[in-house]
Write a protein of this length. Structure first.
Length: 108
């Protein structure tokens, strides 16, 4: 899956996802630091990538407002990068880019 990690998404999780075979581009690597959330979503969509973010409220609001996108995955924070990456990988299994949104949460 081609993913676009927003500015606050941890690089450690990005690196784990890459090891799992996901193509992840970060906002920083794309030279788009400090881009507002609507711009992040639009850029990811223009690249055919799904957004990775911890910022659930803002991106779900954009989804509900009908913003074009190629998928939004929001995740709760977790100090265990490998565990979070594994949950994200499982949530993305079989998905194609599209106008979906998925929430990945830390187990209780």
């Amino acid at each position: 899956m081609q993913l676009y990690a927003d500015e606050c998404f941890p690089l450690s999780v990005v690196e784990e996802l890459r090891r799992m075979g996901h193509d992840v581009l970060t906002v920083q690597e794309d030279g788009r630091q400090a881009t507002p959330d609507p711009g992040v979503l639009a850029r990811a969509h223009a690249l055919g990538r799904s957004v990775l973010t911890h910022n659930r409220r803002h991106f779900e609001r954009l989804h509900q407002q009908g913003a074009d996108h190629s998928g939004i995955l929001t995740a709760t924070r977790d100090d265990d990068a490998a565990a979070l990456a594994a949950r994200i990988d499982a949530a993305l299994a079989g998905r194609l880019p599209g106008r979906w949104r998925v929430r990945v949460t830390r187990p209780p």
